[in-house]
Design a protein around this ligand. Structure first.
Ligand SMILES: Cc1cc2nc3c(=O)[nH]c(=O)nc-3n(C[C@H](O)[C@H](O)[C@H](O)COP(=O)(O)OP(=O)(O)OC[C@H]3O[C@@H](n4cnc5c(N)ncnc54)[C@H](O)[C@@H]3O)c2cc1C
Length: 386
């Protein structure tokens, strides 16, 4: 059985959400699953084709309203992330970065002209966006960023570099965060602006079906209307991260579900000592414990989705979800790998790919340690960040 259906939670979803989920599951089955092991091995993914496909389905900026966005509920968006990540974390990352980071930043903080220029083609998957916050020397602590934006007449001149930026090598626009004399500000930077270069980061052992890059900004001159007028200070990019982290809470469960269904299928057909390995008590104990954690993570995601749909989801609650669900998903992926034995390390099965991908998911959008510190601060009233 579907390990996510142990508690009959499907009945508590709306028919509309179930239908949407079925559509996303089908597109993942048809357009991702048959190819993803090859993309992963080659370290190449057809971002533009996938974006066009997802755009047609309304999955890009799905939870935003207007400008061609679907205006879906947070729960529906979460369900879509779960199904996408059951295909591959890299594919879900494409959608998260496009919708929750780049589009959200422009939607929330951009001018009317910026929204009109970028959001409709991004919702359709015709324009690809990326989000440049991390730098080579500033990851968990983006407040220390070295990228500068200085005024020159009515223009801005950006210099610096961003590292580990999803979609950067294929992007049409980058939302770039830079330090100004008045604090941190955001800019919508067309990637064809002179002085902008993006280089693909090679030799990744995780999230290989995702394009990750480094952006170099070499005295990039931009008009003032490239600045996101509503974004002032670090709280602006952090609010975007809260959006993307929300999707990860659901997405990680998709990777874990795919591992667990694979392990159950494998264990019921693989025989050792004259019987299916699923019949051994030690295997069943593993399967039962994993199903429990999967269900608990799903209940958590559903609860946080309900809070988000009521407009009451707080950042530390998102930290609870991200910390728990990614940590448990990675534990499930590793345990499932043991059930597949030697086949567990083969690309013929998705388990090792998911496990490796989840190493990135554990690190990006706030490491586990950062989320522990967020929760610890809420519990104690004391900041242990520095
Ligand atoms: C595949 C991939 C895609 C990514 N995509 C993007 C993207 O699109 N846009 C973007 O801006 N960034 C992106 N990132 C970057 C990601 O957000 C950062 O890697 C992450 O924030 C961690 O930063 P770091 O790698 O510099 O690690 P560091 O910050 O150097 O942390 C290293 C270790 O130190 C720990 N640590 C740091 N500070 C503390 C502390 N105060 N207390 C305790 N422990 C601490 C961390 O938890 C971690 O274990 C991506 C990363 C990956 C791997």
């Amino acid at each position: 059985m579907d390990p996510l259906e142990l508690l009959d939670l499907d009945g508590t979803l709306s028919a509309e959400d179930r239908d949407m989920r079925a559509v996303v599951r089908q597109v993942v089955d048809e357009r991702v699953r048959p190819h993803v092991a090859g993309w992963y091995e080659d370290g190449r993914v057809p971002v533009r084709e996938l974006a066009a496909e997802f755009g047609k389905l309304g999955l890009l900026g799905m939870h935003l309203t207007g400008y061609g966005c679907a205006g879906a509920t947070a729960t529906a968006y979460g369900l879509a992330c779960l199904e996408l990540e059951a295909g591959d974390s890299g594919v879900r990352s494409l959608v998260s970065v496009q919708g929750s980071l780049a589009m959200f930043a422009i939607h929330r903080y951009g001018s009317a002209e910026q929204r009109q220029r970028w959001l409709p083609p991004m919702a359709a998957g015709e324009a690809i966006g990326c989000f440049g916050l991390t730098e080579p020397d500033h990851g968990s602590d983006p407040a220390g960023m070295a990228t500068r934006a200085r005024r020159d007449g009515s223009d801005w001149v950006l210099s610096g570099g961003k590292m580990w930026i999803t979609n950067a090598p294929v992007a049409d626009v980058a939302v770039v965060w830079a330090r100004t004399d008045d604090g941190i500000r955001g800019f919508a930077v067309p990637m064809d602006t002179p002085g902008v270069t993006a280089r693909e980061i090679k030799h990744k052992m995780s999230l290989r079906a995702s394009s990750t890059g480094e952006i170099v900004l070499d005295d990039v001159r931009l008009p003032d209307d490239a600045r996101l007028p509503g974004a002032e200070g670090l709280k602006a990019p952090l609010s975007c991260l809260t959006e993307a982290r929300y999707g990860i809470i659901w997405g990680a469960l998709g990777a874990a579900r795919d591992c667990l269904t694979t392990a159950i299928d494998y264990a019921t057909s693989r025989e050792q000592f004259g019987r299916p390995i699923a019949g051994f008590q030690l295997t069943q104990a593993k399967l039962a414990d994993m199903a429990l954690e999967l269900q608990k993570g799903y209940l958590l995601a559903r609860h946080l989705g309900t809070l988000a749909d009521r407009g009451r989801l707080r950042p530390e609650q998102v930290s609870v979800g991200k910390l728990n669900n990614v940590r448990e998903a990675i534990a499930i992926a590793r345990q499932c790998r043991t059930i597949l034995g030697a086949n567990g390390i083969s690309a013929e099965y998705p388990v090792m790919r998911h496990a490796n991908n989840l190493e990135s998911v554990l690190t990006y959008e706030g490491t586990s340690e950062v989320h522990q510190l967020v929760i610890g601060q809420k519990l104690t009233g004391l900041s242990a960040f520095v």
